[in-house]
Design a binder for this molecule. Structure first.
Ligand code: ADP
Length: 395
């Protein structure tokens, strides 16, 4: 049965091996002179191992051979030409303990030093457990030992967290795969549903049927946005997203988008100030997705009739600053820092407003991938201003 282990790398380990051997022999009940002889033999062998290999391990064990018990030190090391059976320390240790066993294989050397435990001393499982638990719970006796113990603990923690990380990455991959497959499957029937609803909307039907069909189309459109977001999230996380970058005149691009934006916020007063006319190098659809998401949110989280101001400005640092200011519910400081996280939604609004908490996560990825930044400023209860920047294209 094993009592303790000491790695053998430098002189300080030698002191540790010596002290622990003495203590183990003492706890087992060996006489003072036997304790010293055993510990000296251990330290002589360890000295040679450290000097010649810098890479060994001593394990103290209780061996049970027939009727007899022994306190044993098993010292293993990396075998090399620099160490052999005739080392001075080995010779000295041979004289100190009754049993000295030496064995080498191609890669490993093993030395066993054994000291008999007299019957009168008595050895039992409980005693062995008591000795090993003493070393397990032993407070570090030197700063070096403390550092070594901490290192061992850190190594263990590191190993555990690496395993947890691997597991989390695997689960994340599985989740993305599921999202990707599920949203693909949902997309087709929904597109067909919308196509038929829109055809039906153009037919000659009663005002009440028309109003019902519009509601169906509205809800189907919301569902389509959510499914597209789900599909996007798996793509963006897998860094599969390909950007079709094109040199784009910012003003014209936004003027072309104007009608689309108007449709998105029919119940609000939308003011658009396009103060910039530089060229951007962007994926037009992806940046449109960001703008629609932010303006859509501004409308979603503010009362009908209030103002939404969309502004673009060219900054001195060569970036175009886009901002969207609303007069809505706003956010607390605590929430501001979390809203670009995946699936994050402000707790208090979940029941009131529908959504998945994905739009801003995707928007931030798109803007970052274009070399820009995105952030928000807000005073709780007094609206939000979302900002993002895009670098101006240099030919
Ligand atoms: P969703 O709107 O689908 O929940 P988003 O990722 O677009 O997801 O937004 C994340 C969260 O940020 C929202 O759930 C909401 O709590 C908050 N939020 C976004 N825009 C605004 C805004 N203009 N005003 C107040 N809160 C907002």
């Amino acid at each position: 049965m094993q009592l303790l282990k000491v790695a053998l790398e430098n002189e300080l380990d030698l002191t540790l091996a010596y002290k622990k051997s003495i203590k183990a022999a003492e706890l087992i009940g060996l006489s003072r002179s036997t304790q010293t002889a055993f510990a000296t033999a251990v330290s002589e062998v360890c000295r040679e191992v450290i000097d010649k290999t810098h890479d060994g391990l001593v394990t103290l064990e209780i061996h049970n051979e027939g009727e007899r018990h022994h306190l044993a030190a098993v010292i293993t090391y990396r075998q090399s030409e620099s160490i052999n059976n005739l080392e001075e320390g080995f010779q000295y240790a041979r004289k100190l303990v009754p049993i000295f066993l030496y064995a080498v294989s191609e890669r490993k050397g093993t030395i066993q030093l054994k000291m008999g435990i007299p019957k009168a001393v008595g050895i039992s499982k409980t005693k062995i457990l008591m000795v090993s638990s003493y070393f397990e719970h032993l407070e570090p006796s030197t700063p070096y030992e403390e550092v070594r113990q901490r290192n061992q603990q850190l190594y263990l923690i590191n190993e555990q967290s690496e395993q947890a990380l691997q597991q989390a990455e695997y689960l994340n991959q599985q989740k993305n795969e599921f999202l990707s497959v599920a949203s693909h499957e949902l997309k087709t029937p929904l597109t067909i549903l919308r196509a038929y609803t829109q055809m039906a909307l153009k037919t000659d039907c009663s005002p009440i049927t028309l109003s019902h069909l519009k509601k169906v189309d509205d809800q189907a459109s919301k569902l389509q946005t959510m499914i597209t977001q789900l599909l996007d999230i798996s793509k963006i996380e897998d860094t599969e997203t390909e950007y079709n970058l094109e040199a784009t005149s910012s003003k014209q691009y936004l003027l072309d988008m104007r009608d689309l934006i108007m449709q998105l916020v029919p119940a609000h007063q939308l003011l658009i100030h396009l103060n910039d006319d530089s060229t951007l190098y962007i994926d037009r659809l992806r940046v449109e997705q960001v703008i629609m998401n932010i303006i859509g949110n501004a409308a979603k989280y503010s009362p009908a009739g209030t103002q939404i101001v969309f502004t673009t400005t060219l900054q001195a640092n060569g970036e175009v600053l886009f901002s969207v200011k609303d007069q809505g519910i706003g956010m607390s400081e605590e929430e501001l820092i979390k809203i670009f996280k995946k699936f994050y939604r402000v707790e208090s609004i979940i029941k009131q407003y529908n959504g998945l908490g994905i739009g801003l996560f995707i928007s931030s990825k798109i803007i970052n991938n274009h070399g820009g930044k995105i952030w928000v400023e807000s005073i709780f209860g007094h609206g939000c201003t979302f900002f993002f920047t895009l670098p101006v294209y240099k030919d």
